[in-house]
Design a protein around this ligand. Structure first.
Ligand code: DP6
Length: 330
């Protein structure tokens, strides 16, 4: 068997990807910018079955064998890799997240990036990170950004080759923290893939897209200057704009729970009344990501843990890009 194992960090978007210009290729409606996470990662081993013993791809996630229905997205991604290498081999894939599912941390971003890196390495395909980013993007847009460490931008592009992520700064550039306030562990009812298709039904989509280039520029500048007071307002604005698009789609997507709003109000209170420099962003779910400088993180964590609606807090700093490991999970 040709085998390889990769470890890849998830990422949190500061300026979001929401809505697709091309649903087949996952070409987005705008650029997006994220921070790769050090402490929330997926480790994946891919073993290709060259002798043809396997009838189907076999997928074990966090110790649980997945049904064919739950392996569909994985198999479709492996089909892309098989196509690239010109083989028909099935694969055994074992994957482990070091963070809980439904925690508000995107497992598909790190998952599809790790699957791409391990799968291609095991096939002997020598591809650079840009090419791997394009391949990962096909199955999960946000996965394209996890191919790089630190602070990363995904260029919208217009084709399979140029809709790829590129690094803005390495993880050492700015010691930020992402504190995820988990207010509900419930799995989301609608996948992001289906959500992207609904974006165009929102009357507010054009407004967000008209402003997003300005917000991207503001985010790049805030990163360059390591200025949390500049970064914070723009990431909150974009998260609220994205959720406004979601809420006004048909059908309407309302990801927030009462606990979501509790955390948002608390963050604003701490900031406005006590000068604590912490800001929020929210992905396609109810849990809230709090972004602050490393030195503020212990204070923010203590305050979050004291809120009744917060079930748990997961903390991560900026992480490096993908690593190939010598030890396999199979
Ligand atoms: C709200 O299509 O990458 O997180 O693959 O289902 O995780 P999944 O989602 P994807 O959409 C991500 C949407 C987002 C914003 C973002 O990460 O940019």
């Amino acid at each position: 068997m040709s085998i390889a194992t990769a470890r890849v960090g998830s990422n949190i978007a500061f300026i979001k990807y929401w809505g697709v210009a091309d649903a087949t290729l996952n070409i987005p409606l705008s650029n997006s910018i994220s921070m790769t996470l050090a402490d929330a990662h997926t480790t994946t081993t891919v073993a290709w079955d060259e002798i043809g013993a396997l009838e189907n791809d076999a997928f074990v996630l966090d110790g649980v064998a997945q049904s064919p229905a739950r392996s569909q997205r994985l198999t479709r991604h492996l089909d892309i890799l098989r196509g690239l290498a010109g083989v028909t081999w099935r694969a055994r894939v074992t994957s482990e997240n070091n963070f809980p599912t439904a925690s508000g941390i995107a497992s598909s971003a790190s998952g599809f990036a790790a699957l791409t890196v391990a799968g291609c390495a095991a096939l002997g395909l020598e591809l650079d990170a840009t090419r791997l980013s394009a391949i990962a993007r096909r199955s999960s847009g946000s996965a394209s950004r996890s191919l790089f460490g630190g602070f990363v931008e995904w260029a919208q592009g217009s084709s399979d080759a140029d809709s790829v992520a590129f690094p803005l700064y390495g993880p050492e550039h700015w010691d930020l923290r992402d504190l995820v306030a988990v207010v509900s562990g419930a799995e989301k009812k609608l996948s992001s893939a289906d959500g992207h298709l609904l974006a165009k039904s929102s009357p507010l989509l054009d407004g967000r897209i008209a402003h997003v280039n300005g917000w991207l520029a503001e985010t790049r500048r805030a990163l360059a200057e390591r200025d949390i007071q500049r970064l914070g307002p723009v990431i909150e604005l974009d998260a609220l704009a994205m959720h406004s698009v979601m809420m006004t789609s048909s059908p309407s997507l309302l990801y927030w729970q009462p606990g979501t709003l509790d955390v948002l109000q608390a963050v604003r209170r701490w900031r406005e009344e006590e000068g604590l420099a912490v800001y929020f962003t929210i992905d396609a779910g109810p849990n809230v990501h709090l972004i602050c400088a490393a030195e503020s993180a212990p204070e923010v964590e203590t305050r979050l843990a004291a809120l009744r609606s917060v079930e748990r807090v997961i903390v991560s700093g900026p992480g490096r890009g993908p690593q190939l490991l010598d030890e396999h999970l199979i």
